[in-house]
Design a protein. Structure first.
Length: 555
């Protein structure tokens, strides 16, 4: 049996037309000769049957919960060929019933004789709603263009990410992260999710990878309903920009459904919209959304992975979410959308991100825009990207020539031209603007890499914290400048140099600290971390021997 694709629809607040959208997406898929089953998982107000023309459903989830039948046997035929319905619960149930029901549905999804199963999960922010939503390969967030609905959608996505975070990491790792942040006066629950992932990545890249893998199981898409004009259409793009910057996750718009009075008439007649009014704007918009969602579901792999990086380390093009070949008009359009996304009066992130963080994001957007909108500054910036190896010359818009180094090797050409030689570091490395030390920039880190690989008196993998300190001072770097780059407290960096292991976090996080520290000095991160952790183990063993009670000697 072919694998059944699972689409889960949910919303941050009611009144967005989610149930009508679910029913009519299913109808459009069934009309394209796909076998479809819709399941009403709204545990608070199950009304999917009404949107499909039923006054009530005799079988459905109540029979499944009672153990009378399997999920596949509860699906009943509708008036639309290829479309079947599993009716929902009628009336509230205790939490344990909801937990049991979701387990039965999850188990039964693989037995459905269908190509697509669509789950109407409901609205709100209950734990059961998120558990149902997480069953989907596609997670479709339904909202309207009004600011309260957009804010509710942002809150819904953030809560979904928190559930993924809890599911991906073991409790001891989450507790250790919480304890570590508590020493800095920060609560993981109050830290914006993007900042939380940046901190976690600096501590334990593997743990952050687990969270990314868990969030990637459900690909998020937005359907914006009741759209009236171009201003409403921009709301979807603004929400996507806000979530990418604020939470670090994409939310592409799969559909824009026009405001259409025929929807109200179809509801009043208890007839499916797509049957009663097959050629109205809303029906055509739902048809287009169905096609786009099919294409999104068929995509293998994900090009839109989470962007849990410090915005200061992201190039201007990624900040504005445009291609390096973007035209001036495209730059202006992207900037206009992001200005709306972070306008204090309309941003959907008000409840998620502190005002100072919103201002910092907008400042970064303004900086990127001012650099790229003027030809002279854009040419100079593009040359920096090419010379550093972060972009190839053919990736830059053809507005200007001569960007490519003549030899084709950025490092060799830069050296021949007398420009600073970039370090062979990850592309995300950015110039440190901390004023504490004039040498605390990208060139100093590049020099550190050269020194570490060529200097006879500096080991490639220092065996002591003192050796790290000596190299840092030789480069003219301050602990504060490295702390600004790595987001690691200067007190922790100092404790590493002094080998005060009692003041440092557990090894799972200490390894990440040392790797980031070593990278800033141009040293091999893994080898340096391994050496320092070995010294920590030796220190712990020596401390244990010193505090152990003396062994009684016998005559």
């Amino acid at each position: 049996m072919a694998t059944c694709a699972i689409w889960a629809l949910a919303g941050g607040k009611g009144g967005a037309g989610r149930t009508i959208l679910t029913a009519n997406l299913a109808i459009q898929l069934a009309r394209s000769d796909r076998r479809v089953v819709v399941i009403d998982l709204d545990l608070q107000c199950a009304q999917l049957h009404s949107a499909l023309g039923f006054t009530r459903v005799r079988r459905g989830l109540p029979a499944l919960l009672a153990g009378e039948t399997r999920l596949a046997e509860t699906a009943i035929e509708t008036s639309i060929p290829n479309l079947r319905l599993v009716g929902g619960l009628q009336g509230p149930r205790p939490p344990e019933d909801a937990t049991s029901l979701l387990a039965l549905v999850r188990q039964g999804l693989g037995e459905l004789d269908a190509e697509v199963a669509i789950l109407d999960c409901g609205s709100g922010r209950s734990r059961m709603l998120y558990e149902a939503f997480a069953m989907g390969d596609l997670g479709i967030v339904v909202a309207t263009p009004e600011p309260p609905a957009l804010e509710s959608a942002a809150l819904f996505v953030e809560a979904h990410l928190r559930v993924c975070f809890d599911r991906a990491l073991p409790e001891d790792t989450r507790r250790a992260l919480g304890d570590l942040l508590a020493t800095e006066g920060v609560s993981p629950d109050r830290l914006p999710f993007r900042d939380l992932m940046i901190r976690l990545g600096a501590l334990d890249a593997k743990a952050r990878g687990l969270v990314a893998s868990e969030t990637g199981r459900t690909r998020l898409e937005l359907v914006l309903n009741m759209v009236r004009d171009e201003h409403d259409e921009e709301a979807g793009a603004a929400l996507a920009g806000a979530l990418r910057k604020g939470l670090g996750v994409p939310l592409p718009t799969a559909g824009l459904i026009e405001h259409d009075p025929s929807v109200v008439l179809a509801v009043a007649k208890r007839r499916p919209l797509s049957q009663q009014f097959p050629n109205t704007p809303a029906t055509r918009g739902i048809s287009r959304a169905a096609a786009r969602l099919l294409a999104a579901g068929a995509t293998t792999g994900r090009s839109d992975l989470p962007e849990w990086e410090d915005l200061e380390q992201v190039d201007h093009y990624r900040v504005l979410e445009i291609s390096p070949k973007a035209s001036s008009k495209e730059i202006q359009s992207a900037y206009h959308v992001l200005r709306r996304a972070f306008d204090p009066e309309s941003t959907p992130l008000t409840a998620l991100v502190a005002p100072e963080t919103l201002r910092a994001i907008m400042t970064r957007v303004e900086d990127a825009y001012r650099t790229l909108i003027f030809l002279e500054s854009r040419v100079a910036y593009d040359r920096q990207l090419v010379d550093s190896g972060r972009l190839a010359a053919d990736q830059i818009r053809g507005l200007h020539g001569g960007l490519a180094p003549a030899s084709g090797a950025p490092r060799q050409a830069a050296a021949a031209a007398g420009r600073p030689v970039p370090a062979p570091a990850p592309a995300a490395a950015a110039v440190d603007t901390t004023p504490a030390s004039p040498a605390a920039g990208h060139e100093a880190v590049a020099a550190a890499a050269t020194t570490a690989s060529q200097g006879p008196d500096v080991p490639i993998a220092p065996l002591t914290g003192e050796a790290l300190r000596a190299l840092r001072l030789r480069l003219g770097l301050t602990l504060e400048s490295i702390a600004a780059r790595t987001k690691i407290r200067a007190a922790h960096l100092q404790a590493i140099e002094e080998e005060r292991f009692d003041r440092l976090p557990p090894p799972v996080f200490l390894r990440g600290f040392v790797r980031e520290f070593a990278a800033c000095l141009g040293l091999p991160p893994d080898e340096t971390a391994r050496a320092l952790l070995q010294r920590r183990e030796a220190h712990a063993a020596a401390t244990e021997d010193a505090t152990a009670p003396p062994t009684r000697r016998t005559a």
